[in-house]
Write a protein of this length. Structure first.
Lengths: 613, 351
């Protein structure tokens, strides 16, 4: 018989529920209460493309050590979904725990001997104490939060404090939920005592100030702080909440006393129109942006080319998800890297930013607007469903004192008035490939030009001369070189840079990569990409390491292709470590693939132990 | 076609009220085919803007792709212009209008650009009652790609290809009307005086002003059996009521018999005098009457031109959105940045 698992502040809880039963608030209550007790958490909502009825899972990684990527297995399962019960039951690690609704008996064959069972009559307890049908269902979810609190030895007052915050202003809900918490808590205490479960949560004094926020909220707020005034979008999971956050924060922070808006949010007729609106706004000197996901980026392709060649700034948030529209829209992936980098027809490429947590999401918006204005080109902020829609632990959002908007090279009325030479919209007067633009309406007889793709000369006058075309294309390449100096550098996240093994990752693959590395007994360096085009230290890193691996969440090793292509590296020099099933990348998947690669390349490594343990 | 002789001086020669000459309103040399209807439309725009004392640099010009969409380059050289992508001009214009509510926006499109690839965006621009003039130079074909039928080609019409159109032609005025445009008019590139009056009205109007202008393609669709040819248009046009646009700065005294003329006040203070035709002519903002009049004309094999519909009360997008009066592109960091205290507060809410 396997010994029951025992751990303090290091385990994974999973709650298997039914979509549309209102479990989200109970689940959030649990995760936030753990966080409020100073213990690092990473909640992940795994939900179907459905409004009601299909299975949904809420996975919470609790890790004092700060391992907040997905670990890949479950220590304690709360199984309250009859549809998925069988599979959920099987998922529990040997030695783990299974909490179920004992209002109905578990089927006979649920008889694992290697796990501990806790039956709690969630439905019955709720039905006995609450009369309203809808409330009964909602509150049966809160009952299991109370039960978990008892098993983990959590402070019930801590959870009730969180409850008061979550439902501020809705006193009746607070009272009902508090009662439901007590019901679950007391039942477990009475029937199982306080020591039966080896998994414990002990409150900590956090070393630094932390927040728990979704990436999408931070992106929306980042756009408000970055001075965006026009937001055009079309609903698509998992990006919708970026628009919603932007609008909600604008309503709070950007209205005059009379309720007039210093912003405009337009729900466009489709994503094409959304990017068109963004281009129009930026062309006119207002900061505009949109947020979408892969299918939207696909539709926007023609406009990306227009903005690239006409040199109009634009900011596009791409919250990546798995596959096509009828793929798995509610699952995560990093699979739009190539689509985004080279979006459109003709020779085009676009800067991409890859934030890894909410604080970086917030800053990335300011960076993206500054870069778009400075380089007069579309910039994409690349996140994924995992970061966008899940609450991520993060440093607080920060805006450096004195940071001001960089609107780039714009000639205003005075500058135009004092201009002695003829104005040329596409004239590279500074040698950095970036010409000066003007905003419509600035000056009565100077600075007006006709915006179009490439059939024009340096003065924006119509021409189909070949030399004018190639002259322009070459200037755009010079501009690309300038952009390389403007994007954030890749950062060394682990090691001293002297190891033989070098890992490269980006975005949400960072946390699991760092956890996987700690399971190996050899020096390993980890470099995190933060932008495309690549900063010079990326090529140096690849050259300096004997074995280089690139960890990413897609099937075709897209970032590797981008590196091979842009840095002219032999493909064999970068070993792909891939994960593409729609779930966030787990540390044990990375560790296993690393093992295989190291064995293949003949490097002897001792695996400390199974990193999942 | 104006039925009342205005008593203010037409500054045909010399300078307008801003001291600008007509040449200040012209654009680059047209590269369209000689005789193309689109060039006449450009000339009418030059005249309307010149006579209305429009400040050229306070205009934003937009277009999609096509021969028609090239024309913004051929008028108002001192305005910024944006030749965008095929069928998507409305969205680019929408963003620009959101970014700066203070300019005059003129969008030029073709029947291919609007009635096929751009139908969705066109309908939605109308629905939002965007404050702009949206003009379609309608030649019933794709000029720039060498004469294929467009979706406005009438059933039975024969272009240079020699094949009669077998599908029903779309009526853009009816669509605009149904979609929420607040001004709808139709004209013919060969009827400059009517077109100029309509343009002036559209420029003075706040909201989505849609003009469908029959603008023959001499190269591909000016055949004897085409319903978008010069000859056909001249012979089949009915006028929905002559109109005279009276700019806001001119004080006029006109004698007209009660009931013959309708007077409409426009947003910039201008007035519109509209002859009432027939006893059944409804009020200008009567959608049902407007559609009925258009349908009756169509049934009789005629083309109804003139101002077909006008609603000066419909709020435009900025009014609906309650955007501040200052154009959004004029707001700086001082007005837009919420401050570090607010950020600290938000951080506290997430912890
Ligand atoms: C996405 C896309 N598809 C096709 C084209 C090719 N194209 C250029 S102009 C045009 C039709 C223009 O017709 P219309 O708007 O009626 O303008 P006209 O030339 O008749 O004035 C087409 C199909 C294009 N430019 N872009
Ligand atoms: S092809 Fe037709 S539409 Fe194009 S310029 Fe010539 S006449 Fe005009
Ligand atoms: Mg046409």
């Amino acid at each position: 018989m396997t010994a029951p698992l025992s751990a303090v502040n290091e385990f994974v809880v999973c709650i298997a529920n039914v979509n549309g039963t209102g479990s989200a608030s109970a689940n959030a209550l649990f995760a936030k209460a753990v966080f409020a007790g100073g213990v690092p958490v990473a909640p992940k909502n795994i939900f179907p493309s459905n409004i009601q009825g299909l299975p949904t899972w809420f996975e919470v990684r609790i890790s004092e050590a700060g391992h907040l990527g997905r670990r890949g297995d479950i220590d304690i399962m709360v199984g309250v979904n009859a549809q998925s019960l069988e599979a959920d039951y099987a998922q529990v690690r040997p030695g783990g725990y299974f909490l179920y609704d004992s209002t109905k008996q578990l089927p006979q064959h649920f008889a694992r001997e290697d796990i501990t069972h806790y039956g709690v009559p969630l439905t019955a307890l709720s039905a006995d104490h609450f009369s309203d049908m809808r409330q009964r269902q909602l509150l049966s979810n809160t009952v299991y939060v109370g039960a978990l609190a008892a098993l983990f030895g959590m402070d019930l007052d801590r959870i009730k404090g969180q409850l008061a915050r979550q439902f501020a202003g809705k006193e009746r809900l607070i009272d009902a939920n508090a009662l439901a918490l007590d019901l679950g808590h007391d039942y477990v205490r009475q029937h199982y005592g306080s020591d039966s479960c080896g998994l414990k949560i002990r409150e900590l004094e956090p070393a630094s100030e932390r927040i728990l926020m979704t990436g999408n909220s931070a992106l929306g707020l980042g756009a408000v702080y970055a001075g965006a005034t026009v937001m055009a979008w079309y609903p698509i999971t998992p990006s919708t909440s970026v628009a919603e956050a932007f609008e909600a924060y604008c309503r709070r922070l950007r209205r005059t006393e009379d309720g007039e808006k210093r912003y405009a949010v337009i729900q466009a007729e489709d994503e094409l129109a959304a990017l068109g609106m963004v281009i129009g706004a930026n062309w006119n000197g207002a900061r505009g942006f949109t947020a979408t996901s892969g299918p939207g980026i696909s539709l926007m392709n023609e406009f990306f080319g227009l903005a690239y060649f006409a040199e109009v700034p634009a900011v596009v948030v791409n919250v990546q998800r798995a596959g096509p529209s009828t793929g798995m829209p509610t699952r995560t992936q990093q699979s739009d890297v190539l689509l985004s980098a080279y979006a459109s027809h003709g020779d085009t490429k676009h800067p991409l930013l890859f934030p890894s947590d909410p604080a970086e999401c917030f800053t990335a918006m300011a960076d993206a607007f500054d870069l778009a204005d400075r380089a007069q080109t579309p910039v994409l902020v690349m996140v994924d469903l995992d970061l966008g829609m899940n609450e991520y632990l993060s440093a607080p959002l920060a805006w450096p004192e004195g940071r001001s908007y960089d609107r780039g090279k714009v000639l205003d009325a005075d500058a135009l008035e004092n201009l002695s030479e003829r104005y040329g919209r596409y004239l590279d007067v500074d040698g950095d490939g970036i010409a000066w633009r003007t905003w419509p309406g600035s000056h009565p007889d100077k600075g007006a030009f006709f915006t179009r793709g490439t059939s024009r000369d340096r003065y924006a006058a119509y021409t189909e001369r070949s030399e004018a075309y190639s002259d322009n294309m070459e200037r755009l390449l010079r501009k690309w070189e300038t952009i390389k100096t403007l994007v954030p550098e890749a950062t060394l996240e682990h090691g001293d840079g002297e190891a033989e093994i070098g890992l490269i990752c980006y975005g949400t693959s960072l946390l699991s990569t760092l956890e996987a590395v700690r399971g190996f007994d050899v020096p390993i360096d980890v470099l995190r990409l933060r932008a495309f085009p690549f900063s010079p230290n990326v090529g140096e890193f690849i050259a300096r390491h004997r074995t280089v691996m690139l960890i990413e969440q897609n099937r075709d090793a897209q970032m590797r292709t981008l590196l091979v292509n842009e840095l002219e590296i032999a493909p064999g020099l970068i070993h792909p470590v891939l994960h593409y099933d729609g779930m966030p990348i787990p540390a044990n998947t990375i560790a296993e693939q690393m093992q295989r690669i190291l064995r293949r390349t003949g490097i002897q490594v001792l695996d400390k132990e199974d990193v999942a343990a | 076609m104006s039925f009342i002789a205005p008593n203010f001086r037409h500054p045909e020669q010399g300078a307008n009220g801003l001291g600008l000459r007509r040449s200040d309103y012209e654009g680059a040399l047209s590269t369209l085919c000689a005789g193309c209807g689109h060039d006449s439309v450009s000339a009418a725009i030059v005249q309307a803007c010149f006579e209305m004392d429009v400040e050229p640099h306070r205009v934003g010009k937009f277009s999609g792709i096509g021969c028609s969409s090239k024309t913004p380059n051929y008028f108002l050289n001192h305005s910024h212009g944006f030749n965008s992508v095929h069928g998507r001009m409305p969205s680019v214009a929408t963003g620009a209008i959101l970014g700066n509510r203070d300019l005059l926006y003129i969008g030029i499109s073709g029947d291919g650009d609007t009635a096929s690839i751009g139908m969705g965006q066109f309908i939605h621009a109308a629905r939002r009652n965007l404050d702009m003039l949206y003009l379609v130079e309608n030649n019933g074909c794709y000029g720039l790609t060498k004469g294929q039928d467009s979706a406005t080609a009438d059933l039975g019409s024969v272009s240079k290809t020699g094949v009669a159109t077998e599908l029903y032609g779309l009526d853009l005025c009816a669509l605009a009307l149904q979609s929420g445009a607040s001004l709808v008019g139709r004209s013919f590139s060969g009827d400059k005086s009517q077109l100029v009056q309509l343009l002036k009205t559209a420029i003075a109007h706040r909201g989505f002003a849609f003009l469908d202008v029959i603008s023959p393609c001499v190269t591909f669709n000016n055949t004897p059996a085409s319903t978008k040819s010069y000859d056909y248009a001249r012979e089949h046009i009915d006028v929905a009521g002559a109109l005279d646009f009276v700019p806001h700065q001119s004080a006029i005294e006109i004698d007209y018999a009660e009931g013959e003329v309708q007077k409409v006040h426009l947003h910039d203070g201008s007035e519109l005098l509209l002859e009432k035709v027939g006893k059944d002519a409804g009020a200008l903002d009567d959608k049902t009457a407007a559609l009925a009049a258009m349908n009756r004309a169509q049934d009789a094999g005629r083309m109804l031109t003139g101002l077909l519909y006008l609603d000066t009360e419909l709020p435009d997008l900025h009014t609906v959105n309650r955007t501040v009066a200052t154009p959004l592109n004029q707001l700086g960091q001082d007005e837009l940045f919420p401050g570090l205290d607010a950020l600290e507060q938000i951080n506290a809410e997430q912890s």
